[in-house]
Design a protein around this ligand. Structure first.
Ligand SMILES: C[S@@+](CC[C@H](N)C(=O)[O-])C[C@H]1O[C@@H](n2cnc3c(N)ncnc32)[C@H](O)[C@@H]1O
Length: 258
């Protein structure tokens, strides 16, 4: 991230990472998860990359959906706290995944040079790639270069015929609406006070994310623009639908070939 202005990025912070661990407990998110994994349609022997994996809900779903027959799931995220979440995840899964389900701490705004070409069959990402950030000193503004680059990197690291299934928030997402639809889950989650604390924190981070999206630093884009970017990166058969109480798009796109 050369030339970034002196602004804070909360994503690598443990507090921020942990605030989003509770996201999985609410109904709109569980619907998003089910819709995303439905489009992933993972199969035995698959190698999956989970970009911006957080505590690993999608990695877990890929594992469980295939009853542990996927060959590999690599969760990649910039927050080291998620390493601990993956250790807990591995300990709770059956059959035990051991090194077949791993976490890698990495900032995807720097690209994915650490991953070889075609090292995965498919890639998945949940509400994450919108946060790829790049600043142009020459132009004195945030740009979409890191977002575009990550799409180019995903197509490089998956095999021909592989798919990229990902969710991104819609422009100006209404967090309050997700909050309203999640209220009933507070008691079902078991520890309501912890739930409330994390929900409050998540709303605060949500305010920060929307403010930064308005400056062009983060990217809550219309579906037509995301489609254009996927096609420009070389993907084909691009489709999308809405989920997450209307606050996210899910995209599926394929790398040509095979
Ligand atoms: C809204 S959370 C979603 C987490 C997870 N995918 C899920 O579905 O619960 C966004 C995730 O993107 C990660 N993230 C944001 N910017 C990133 C970056 N530049 N590089 C890697 N991960 C990033 C955050 O750390 C966070 O875990």
């Amino acid at each position: 991230m050369v030339g970034l202005p002196a602004v804070r990025n909360y994503w690598p912070d443990t507090k921020c990472a942990k605030a989003f661990w509770s996201q999985q407990e609410v109904r709109p998110y569980r619907q998003l998860l089910a819709d995303t994994v439905g489009w992933c349609a993972p199969a035995p022997g698959d190698r999956w990359l989970d970009l911006g994996c957080g505590s690993g809900p999608l990695s877990r779903a890929l594992w469980e959906r295939t009853q542990g027959t996927v060959d590999e799931v690599l969760g990649l995220d910039c927050a080291t706290a998620n390493e601990e979440a993956y250790a807990q995840l591995r300990a709770g899964l059956s059959p035990p995944p051991e090194s077949r389900l791993r976490f890698l701490c990495h900032n995807f705004s720097d690209g994915l040079d650490i991953l070889p070409d075609e090292s995965f069959d498919h890639a998945v990402s949940g509400l994450s790639i919108s946060y790829a950030e790049s600043y142009s000193e020459a132009e004195g503004c945030w740009t979409a270069a890191a977002y575009d680059r990550i799409l180019g990197e995903v197509i490089r690291v998956i095999r021909p015929g592989g798919r990229f299934v990902f969710s991104v928030n819609v422009p100006e997402p209404k967090w309050w609406w997700v909050g309203v639809l999640s209220l009933g889950d507070m008691f079902r989650a078991g520890r309501p006070l912890r739930f409330l604390r994390r929900a409050r924190r998540m709303m605060r981070y949500g305010g920060w994310l929307k403010r930064e999206a308005r400056t062009g630093r983060f990217h809550y884009l219309p579906a037509a623009q995301v489609t254009e970017k996927l096609l420009a990166a070389g993907f084909e058969r691009v489709e999308h639908r809405t989920s997450y109480a209307g606050q996210a798009f899910i995209f599926r796109a394929y790398k040509p070939g095979a």
